[in-house]
Design a protein around this ligand. Structure first.
Ligand code: FES
Length: 250
């Protein structure tokens, strides 16, 4: 069922990313997503960046649908359906959040005073939600070295003692997810990854989000390390909007 709500306020996070707040009296858990509809253009899956009484999506434009959604103004309607998908396992214990680019949006609702952040982005302007972490609990990596250290999350992970973390959450571009996965896959640590794929129905019918026999919308988008080990296509292949199988990262 398509729902609608007026956008109550808008926060600009970075030059290219905004957060749209709206009221929705519905329990939503961190990691779950909604399908947001731009009338006449299309729908996109979006994780919620705020899951309390006030809900929000944090969005960057990367195509016609997101371009239309990012133009929504305060007081305008946002159209959506959901919530869908399996959430992250939440805990009050010590946790590490590894967020790449706008992937930090779906990790944001999990941040509490026992959270550590490893945030990465291509450049300084794309670092998202770093102010939620105190500086002694935060590492920043950028591809170009314009903020934090130059390099990738896995470079920082190699220098960290990960044993104190009860759980590690990872969300970001699949190339980054895969490098973290490759580094941690035999670690025996408790790690959850939030994946992204094209989605159409969001409810397990169309199969556009399938990956190695799993459907992201129904079985994910959050998967454990052990489930990822079963996904031969993870980090390698994905389907385009038209259903063509292409290499991840192309
Ligand atoms: S989006 Fe249709 S099956 Fe997942």
């Amino acid at each position: 069922m398509m729902l609608k709500s007026r956008v109550t306020r808008i926060e600009r996070q970075t030059p290219t990313v905004v957060t749209l707040f709206f009221n929705w009296d519905q329990k939503v858990l961190p990691g779950q997503f909604i399908m947001v509809w731009a009338p006449g253009i299309g729908e996109v899956p979006m994780s919620l960046s705020h899951t309390g009484d006030e809900k929000a999506i944090t969005i960057k434009s990367y195509g016609p649908t997101t371009e239309a959604i990012i133009k929504i103004r305060e007081g305008d309607y946002i159209f959506f359906r959901g919530p869908y998908g399996k959430p992250f396992t939440s805990t009050e214990n010590k946790k590490l959040m590894i967020g790449g680019g706008s992937g930090m949006a779906s990790l944001r609702p999990l941040v509490d005073n026992n959270s550590y952040g490893l945030i990465s982005a291509r450049t300084r302007d794309e670092i998202l939600f770093s102010s939620l972490f105190s500086s002694n609990r935060l590492k920043i990596m950028t591809d170009d070295g314009s903020a934090g250290r130059k390099g990738y999350p896995v470079d920082a992970l190699k220098e960290m003692d990960l044993s104190p973390f009860h759980i590690i959450y990872v969300c970001g571009p699949e190339v980054m997810l895969n490098s973290v996965f490759q580094y941690l896959k035999d670690s025996g640590l408790n790690v959850e990854f939030s994946l992204e794929r094209n989605m159409k129905c969001g409810i397990g019918v169309c199969d556009s989000c399938s990956i190695s026999g799993f459907q992201l919308c129904r079985d994910g988008p959050v998967f454990s390390l052990s489930t990822l080990r079963e996904m031969e296509e993870f980090g390698r292949w994905k389907l385009t909007e038209s259903g063509k199988r292409v290499k991840v990262g192309t």
